[in-house]
Design a protein around this ligand. Structure first.
Ligand code: SF4
Length: 98
């Protein structure tokens, strides 16, 4: 068994990415009044932390910064995700590595 231990700073890696946000066409949309339980599920699973609640419990979501991983679609595609598409060509995330 290996004794190699290391830590990865995910925020550091994510900050390398470049985004071309399509302001005229959101590639992810939620239903108008998403259930609290389903929304909270997305707060926990979205690796980019795009699903949020403020201190008053108000929900917000912004598709800018999406990593296009599809996790929210798998978790809530049949409940509160109304639309999930890949961004148009040349739009969305461009991954960069070190
Ligand atoms: S596709 Fe991934 S990164 Fe984008 S909003 Fe859904 S869970 Fe977050």
């Amino acid at each position: 068994m290996s004794d190699i231990k290391f830590t990865v700073n995910v925020d550091e890696y994510l900050s390398l990415n470049k985004y071309e946000v399509d302001e005229s066409n959101a590639h992810i949309e939620l239903v108008d009044d998403p259930s609290d339980a389903e929304f909270d599920k997305l707060i926990r699973v979205c690796p980019a932390a795009l699903y949020k609640r403020d201190e008053d419990g108000n929900k917000s979501f912004d598709y800018a910064g999406c990593l296009e991983c599809g996790t929210c679609r798998v978790a809530c595609g049949d409940t509160i995700i109304k639309k999930w598409e890949n961004p148009q060509p040349t739009m969305g995330v461009e991954y960069r590595f070190g």
